[in-house]
Design a binder for this molecule. Structure first.
Ligand SMILES: [Zn+2]
Length: 181
């Protein structure tokens, strides 16, 4: 993101490498503030109820009209697990119990990290929301693989269904390269 003005004092910022640093930053020469830009964390989960997985049909951009798992940007003052539960409720009104961390995907080319948890729904309740035009529990054989919103979600799901066959779920940190987007 290209920042034009200092968020601290409103002066125009300069794009330069500060002393003792090794990369370009937005530097304010008026108040001395350096506006660092860092990756965003996306938190989400794979909500399961009696073998089926809860999917949300996105009613917002990007990827409106495609299916996804509940996930979204982590907020300040919350844990990753609480963020995943909050996003699930916001997108589907479902309540979940986090089972275990499952995947951390680095997406360095878009400056994001996805943290996905395994989760169990605590009751078979869900409904549409302002963010989801439809919410549905799906069996593996019913998953519309060509209509999944994001490659990182598709990767997560494919691994999950594979692991579920053996009952052995490993917590992995993987990188998703740009050509997989
Ligand atoms: Zn400033």
């Amino acid at each position: 993101m290209n920042i034009k003005y200092c968020p601290m004092c409103g002066s125009a910022v300069i794009h330069e490498i500060p002393e003792d640093d090794d990369r370009l930053r937005h530097v304010c020469h008026n108040c001395g503030n350096i506006q660092y830009q860092n990756p965003k964390m996306v938190v989400g989960c794979i909500p399961e109820w009696e073998g089926r997985i809860l999917f949300c049909l996105r009613d917002i951009e990007p990827q409106k009209g495609k299916w996804t798992l509940p996930a979204g940007f982590m907020e300040n003052n919350e844990t990753a697990a609480a963020g995943a539960a909050r996003e699930t409720w916001e997108e589907s009104r479902a309540r979940i119990r986090i089972v275990a961390p499952y995947r951390v995907y680095d997406l360095p080319f878009v400056n994001q990290v996805y943290f996905m948890f395994r989760a169990q729904m605590t009751e078979p309740f869900f409904q549409t929301t302002p963010e989801s035009a439809e919410v549905r529990l799906m069996r593996e054989e019913d998953v519309p693989w060509n209509e999944i919103a994001f490659p990182v979600i598709r990767e997560t799901l494919k691994s999950y269904f594979e692991d579920r066959k053996t009952g052995h779920f490993e917590f992995l940190n993987l990188e998703l390269p740009p050509e997989r987007i």
